[in-house]
Design a protein around this ligand. Sequence first.
Ligand code: ADP
Ligand code: MG
Length: 295
Amino acid sequence: ATPVALLVGTSRGAQFGILITGPEALEHAHGIDVVVLDKTGTVTTGTMTLGTVTTTDQAALHIAASLEAASEHPIARAIVAGAVAGAVAGADDSPLSPVTEFVSTSGLGVTGTVDGLRVVVGRPRFAAEHGCAIDQTLADAVNAAESAGATAVVVGWEGRVRGVFAIADSVKPGASAAIDRLRRLGLTPVLLTGDNARAANAVAAEVGIERVVAGVLPEQKVEEIRRLQAAGSRVAMVGDGVNDAAALATADLGIAMGSGTDAAISAADITLVRSELGGVADAVELSGRTLGTIR
Ligand code: ADP
Ligand code: MG
C-alpha cells in the first residue's frame, strides 16, 4: 500500500475507535486467517464477582482478601469486594491485614505473608505447588465451581488449602455477534486462556467458538501463536492482560483492548478504544479496504 493510503486508513480507523500504532500495522492485518482471543477481559467483561465460598477455616476469606488487595487481577478485585460484610456468608467488617513479601505469578496466583502466615491464593495447581494439600470437601467445591463454568480459586497456608472461591465472569454484550462476523470474514476464532478448561468451554459455547486452548501459562500463549504460525496461518491475537503482552507481540497482528493493561497496549499494533470485540472485525475490514484501494 502507498503511504498515503495507509495514513488515510489509519485516520479512518481513529474515527471508529481503532487506534493504529503505525501505518504498517494495517499491512500486518493482511491475510490474517486465525484470530486468537484471550478469554478474561477480552471475550468476557473481566468484571468478576465472588460466588460460593467454601472454607474449612473461618479466617480464609479475610486472609485471601488481605493478600489479594495487593493484586490488580480482576479475580483479586472480586475477592476483595466480596470480603466486605454482607457480600457473602462469612464476610465481616474487620479491616484487611497488611501484606509483606507479596509476589504475583502471572497466570497462576499470588503469595505473601499475612498475619504471620505464608499464604498462597490462586489456581488449585499453584497452591499444590506451594505444598498445600486439599481435603475432599474443598476438592468437591473446586469441582462444583468448575462444572458450573466458574473459576475456582483457592487459598491455603501451612500445608493446607483452607478455602475455595467460585469466581464468575460474564460474556461481553455483542460478543457472539462479533465472533459471527469474524467467521463470515473467513477467519477462524480460537479461545486462549489461562483459566480452567470447563470455564473456557462454557464461554466458548456461549459465543460460538469451537477451538479452545485452556489452562495455558503466559509463555504457552506465545507457543500457541508460534504453533499456529508454523502450521501456515497468519495469526491475529486479541488480549488485554500483562499475560497477553508477549503473545500480542508475537502474533502477526496484535490487538489490545483499550481497557487493558499498559503492557498489552504497548505490545499491540492496534488498540480498540471501546474494548468491544466488534472492533476486531472492523480492523480486519479496514485493513482489507485500505490495501484494496491501491491495487
Ligand atoms: P486469562 O488468560 O483468562 O486472562 P490469567 O492468565 O490472568 O487468565 O489467569 C489464569 C488463572 O490464574 C486464573 O484463572 C486464576 O485461576 C489464576 N490467577 C491469576 N492471577 C490470580 C490472582 N491474583 N488471584 C487468584 N488467582 C489468580
Ligand atoms: Mg485477559
